[in-house]
Every structure is written in C-alpha cells, then in structure tokens.
Design a binder for this molecule. Sequence first.
Ligand code: FES
Length: 164
Amino acid sequence: MIVDSKTDYMESIDIIKKYPKEKRFTLAILQDIQKQYGFIPKPVMFYISEYLNEPISSIYSMATFYKALSLKPKGKNIIKVCNGTACHIRGSNSILDELINILKINAGETTKDGLFSIEIVNCLGACALAPVMVINDKYYGSMTKEKIENIINNYRRQSYESNE
Ligand code: FES
C-alpha cells in the first residue's frame, strides 16, 4: 500500500465503512472523501479498493472521470474563470492571464501557500454579467483585469486575519 509521507489518512476508513461493501457506493464514498479532504488522496483509493474488493484501477478511473473529484489538493479559495461563449467574447482570456500573472500558477494548479486554485469552467449561468469569475460561491461579474489584484488581496487579507 502506498502511504503519503505526511499522513496515512487512516481516519478515512471510518467514512468508507459507513457504506455497505457494494460497488455501487464507490462514487458516494469518493464524494465524501472529496468533501473531507478537498481531494482524493492516493492511500484512500487503496482503502476503498480493499474495502469494496474492487481493483484500484476502477477506483482511479472513477476518481478521474468526475470533474467534481480531484486527485490533487485544491486551494482554500477556488477561483473559477468562465470560458463559456459570452465570457470568452467579452475577454475572459485576459482575466485568466492576469490571474496567472498575479498568482504565478496555471489553470488547474494551486498556489504553494495553498490559498488559491484556478479552474476554467463552462458557462456559469450568469452570461449577462460576462465576463464572470467565481471565487468559492461569490460571483464577480463584468470583470476587468484591473479589478483582479484588489479582489485577490482581499482574500489574502481575510486568510491572514483568520490565522492570527
Ligand atoms: S458564458 Fe460565462 S456565464 Fe455564461
């Protein structure tokens, strides 16, 4: 069994055992794990595989198939940049470029301090506000690249204050 150098996630076994030992519960277990850790740690996939008596490859393919599940840890703040048609036409690329420039990460990555992840998503259902960016559950409409630094700094500030 592969075990992460920092933790073996043994407490995840309690989550897994809440479900009957049936393959049809794989996705529900993975969703609970995602909720608990913010991603699906590798050791936990082995625990699920053992518990359900399913090959690790089938757990892995399910974990990679669903967009809501992630194999990499995500940041405390998830920034979603809409790249649907309306947002694209109104300049979502420049929003993304500015975020990449400020946070020094690409889409799909997380900052080293664990504060931010960037994701590119399809229409967020707020086309009238295009271009749209969402941080966690908060919508930022009519975005311009000039607004971004302030917004990011606010989240940084909040995070530092909550750690004091
Ligand atoms: S295209 Fe971005 S919200 Fe619809």
